[in-house]
Design a protein around this ligand. Structure first.
Ligand code: HEC
Length: 220
């Protein structure tokens, strides 16, 4: 691909708001016009992709740390079966909150999903297959960027493997890693659960983060 130049405006609205003080009224249309005239940033496609890769990685780490922190706290306070209730109610709102903060969409998808909402779409399924191939063949998976929605949105993905025993309490082998009480709870809340019988190192799923290109440019 040759170097496609993309023109995107970045907002300097906050600067204008601060510099005008509290009492003066601001015409937002005029502010927008000024921004568009003065603050048009010329960015090469390759720079956008490189930045999206780095930013996607930061977002997935933020989401991962937030989820694991909440999970550990829930296990301490309620025990493993009780933490299942917590995950059912809180897992999606927690990732949504991180997504809102960064103005992106965050999903955790898996072919062997527990929550049917985490079913991959066609593109996600292709990427998951590639990550699965790598895990099975001992190839280190890198994160990946794909274009989605007419090229205006970039899809950042990153493999989620099972790092250790904590996860097996709820995703391992029933009877061995998963206690009877926990299994009962899982089956009552997720009658179509597919997310068991994993081992340490297995591919559990992947982060799927849709980042609008204009947000990438704003963040550069
Ligand atoms: C206390 C039990 C529990 C533990 C421990 C746990 N999970 Fe989960 N996990 C769940 C539940 C419940 C869901 C479904 C959440 C929902 O309904 O949104 C889930 C969903 C997921 C999903 C989303 C895909 C799907 O299957 O729906 C991934 C990925 C995942 N877990 C990975 C992990 C990893 C990695 C660990 C270890 C760091 C871990 N889990 C530890 C209970 C647990």
């Amino acid at each position: 691909m040759n170097s496609i130049q993309t023109f995107l405006s970045i907002g300097a609205v906050s600067f204008f708001l601060i510099s005008c003080g509290n009492n003066k009224k601001i015409d937002r249309d005029i502010v927008e016009q000024v921004n568009q005239a003065n603050e048009v940033k010329k960015v090469a496609e390759s720079e956008i992709i490189a930045h999206a890769m780095k930013w996607g990685d930061e977002i997935s780490q933020d989401a991962q740390a937030t989820l694991i922190g909440a999970l550990q706290k829930a296990i301490e306070e309620r025990g493993v079966p009780g933490a299942i209730d917590f995950c059912q109610v809180e897992a999606l709102p927690i990732t949504d909150k991180v997504a809102e903060k960064h103005k992106v969409e965050i999903r955790r998808v898996s072919v062997k999903n527990r929550n049917p909402e985490n079913q991959p779409n066609e593109l996600e399924k292709t990427l998951l297959d590639a990550y699965q191939y790598n895990v099975e063949n001992d190839i280190n998976s890198r994160s990946n960027i794909q274009k989605a929605e007419d090229g205006e949105v970039l899809l950042f993905t990153k493999a989620i493997t099972i790092p250790g025993g904590l996860c097996l309490n709820c995703h391992g082998e029933p009877g061995k890693d998963i206690s009877e009480a926990t299994l009962e709870k899982i089956n009552s809340l997720y009658p179509n659960d597919k997310a068991i019988n994993f081992k340490v190192g297995d591919l559990r799923g992947m982060w799927s983060i849709s980042i609008p290109k204009k947000e990438v440019v704003k963040n550069m």
